[in-house]
Design a binder for this molecule. Structure first.
Ligand code: COA
Length: 166
């Protein structure tokens, strides 16, 4: 496949923490598009285990092998941030039909606010990512389980340290 060198996309999320499922989407987006901006929500509607600085560090560590990918954080509306950095294509992962319902309505809202905003959905290539989420990873960590099958070792170590603090 030829990479669309002039196409820039944004991959937003809370990433609390970033999982191998998220990384797989980023790697695939980076193979398709010229530039991928991973955008971390600074004030998500959910309470996070990791600070914004920690979530940003994780994202930088897991994407350091991708030369066309960078990491930023944003607060406020995602579409406003996208406009600010002049990107009008969002990439989101679609794991299940439930994700589809939610993402489809979000894409509608984004288009209502910014008519030129497009959403591109990537489905998991590997079954093991289909039911993976940041919440599941945090649960495993809190209860003393091994998170290394689901997250980068750097993130797994941070999860272990966080567990020891609570
Ligand atoms: N692999 C593993 N997990 C995945 C995944 C994948 N490929 N794709 C999604 N997920 C998980 C996420 O980890 C998250 O799990 P969690 O709830 O256990 O943390 C869940 O699916 C999706 O969470 P959701 O909150 O929908 O999205 P998000 O955390 O990925 O990102 C933003 C949310 C950043 C897009 C959104 O909150 C946002 O834009 N906020 C700013 C305000 C705004 O503009 N809101 C939009 C309404 S106008």
């Amino acid at each position: 496949m030829t990479r669309k060198e002039n196409t820039r996309v944004i991959y937003p999320g809370t990433f609390d923490p970033i999982t191998n499922g998220h990384t797989s989407i980023i790697e695939r987006a980076s193979a398709i598009f010229g530039e991928v901006r991973v955008a971390i929500a600074g004030n998500p509607s959910k309470k996070t285990m990791f600070t914004l600085a920690e979530r940003e560090t994780f994202a930088r560590v897991v994407t350091e092998h991708l030369e066309n990918t960078s990491v930023s954080s944003f607060s406020g509306l995602l579409v406003d941030f996208a406009k600010q950095i002049d990107i009008n294509i969002l990439v989101r992962g679609l794991r299940t039909t439930a994700d589809f319902e939610y993402e489809n309505s979000l894409a509608d809202v984004y288009r209502k606010i910014v008519p030129s905003m497009e959403s591109v959905f990537l489905t998991p290539t590997n079954e093991k990512y289909r039911y993976l989420s940041s919440t599941i990873v945090r649960e495993i960590a809190i209860h003393g389980g091994d998170t290394t099958p689901f997250v980068h070792t750097f993130v797994a170590n941070a999860l272990d340290r966080k567990r020891d603090q609570i």
